[in-house]
Design a protein around this ligand. Structure first.
Ligand code: S3P
Length: 443
């Protein structure tokens, strides 16, 4: 499907966002691990969360998802079945890595597999620490999916470990924490930067002893395993997804005449690096905090058009905006002066090599972007031509190209745009509600 965007229609109005992808993944998994009936409101119904739910179903968990209300009925993790077939994690790295940790705790024979794209992503960073805990888990020779976990017959418990993550990663940290629930002693993870802490917050909410401590050069997270894995059902409402809001925030910031409000968006500080950076670039953004929802800070964000200037992005903020670089690059393209991003090599290991595909596709629209090993440099120039580009199988790239098309001289046509429904199926609907003009045409 091609998404055709017509430029220069100001965005105005108020919308709310679908549920956060990371929190929806964790809510589904923990509900599947709990015994009984859990109810989750504002659950994200999208490609990547459906593969998590379908994987859980193969383990003996039942679910119903309608109008973003998820009801999960489970016998509890200790009564999960050995699945007959490999669990297909589709394009979702979060599903694969989090399930690997939970299945290590469940002690079952299982294979985790996924799309061609997911099979290219690094999994040694998960299998390594899990093996150190005593999990029998192996990947391919290149340490990629499929991942095979074998049941241990030498007793139930895993070993608590101390593990230094070479790269900050919430998926890897969460996989280790999930396995650590079934360990015989405390597990400590040190990461070089503040990756998102939704797992820690949800574990605390379940009454488990998890500590998170900021160090001068990183973050230390420790978990003392609970006495047993009898988990009570969950009742929660998922906050709006900040990473989905990011597309609308940049859209309003670069489109002259715009002024929008986004309601009840998750404002977890490990996720909101983009707000800090855009404000430093001159964006007109106001934030009104509205307390906690599901253990997470939420609030309203208003954004209006304002000229931006270039900036250098490096250090801790990189991990706090790791999913936002594709759309941030669009903001940088419209800013005056040069923008540099460094210390973001991890972008090469996302759904695609995000540095390479971003540079390749933005150039097609007229952006002066230079690829670096660990980031990129953009010479901001105001007006862009527009033209044709492709999502390259990456939902966030597809949405970013569409956002670029809101302010180009000529329309932008984004090929392969169906991939957007992996994380934000309501993207076109929300932008259209705000006054964006776009249509979907068959490829
Ligand atoms: C996620 C963590 C991030 C992010 C991904 C979702 C999660 O990856 O890019 O979209 O839900 O834990 P890292 O593992 O690099 O932190």
């Amino acid at each position: 499907m091609i998404l055709e965007v017509s430029p220069l229609h100001p965005l105005r109005g108020t919308v709310s966002l679908p549920g956060d992808k990371s929190i929806s993944h964790r809510a589904a998994l923990l509900a599947g691990m709990a015994a009984g009936e859990s109810k989750i409101e504002n659950f994200l119904d999208a490609g990547v969360t459906r593969v998590m739910l379908d994987g859980l179903q193969q383990l003996g968990v039942a679910y119903a998802l309608e109008d973003n209300q998820l009801v999960v009925t489970s016998p509890g993790i200790m009564a999960w079945h050995t699945p007959e077939e490999a669990l297909n994690c589709g394009n979702s790295g979060t599903t694969m890595r989090l399930l690997a940790g939970a299945l290590a705790a469940a002690n079952l024979d299982v294979v985790l597999d996924g799309s061609e794209g997911l099979r290219r992503r690094p999994m040694g960073r998960v299998t390594g620490p899990l093996q150190a805990m005593g999990v029998k888990i192996t990947g391919s020779a290149a340490n990629t999916a499929p991942l095979r976990i074998e049941k241990r017959d030498d007793g139930h418990y895993l070993k608590g470990i101390r593990h230094n993550l070479p790269v900050a990663s919430a998926q890897v940290k969460s996989a280790i924490l999930l396995a650590a629930l079934a360990a015989d002693s405390r597990t400590t993870i040190v990461e070089p930067g503040p990756s998102r802490d939704h797992t820690e917050r949800m574990f605390s909410g379940l009454g488990w002893d998890v500590q998170r401590e900021e160090l001068p050069d990183g973050v230390r997270v420790s978990l003392t395993p609970p006495q047993n894995l009898r988990i009570s059902p969950l009742q929660m409402t998922v906050p709006g997804d900040f990473s989905s809001a990011a597309f609308l925030i940049v859209a309003a910031a670069i489109t002259p005449g715009s002024g929008i409000a986004l309601q009840r968006v998750g404002l977890n500080p490990t996720r909101t690096g983009l707000l800090d950076v855009l404000q430093q670039m001159g964006a007109a953004i106001d934030i009104r905090e509205r307390g906690l929802q599901g253990g997470e800070p939420v609030g309203d964000i208003t954004v209006s058009y304002s000229p931006l200037h270039g900036i250098a992005v490096a250090g801790d903020v990189v991990v706090r905006m790791i999913d936002e670089f594709p759309v941030f690059a669009v903001a940088a393209a419209y800013a005056e002066g040069s923008t540099t991003v460094s210390g973001a090599e991890e972008l090469r290991h996302k759904e695609t090599d995000r540095i390479a595909v971003l540079a390749g596709e933005l150039r097609k629209l007229g952006v002066a972007i230079e690829e670096k090993p660990d980031g990129f440099e953009i010479a901001g120039q105001g007006g862009l031509n527009g033209g044709e580009a492709d999502a390259c199988g990456d939902h966030r790239l597809g949405m970013s190209l569409a956002v670029a098309g809101l302010t180009t001289k000529n329309p932008v046509r984004v090929g392969g745009a169906e991939i957007i429904s992996e994380s934000f199926p309501e993207f076109v609907e929300k932008l259209s509600l705000l006054g964006g003009v776009m249509k979907q045409v068959p490829e």
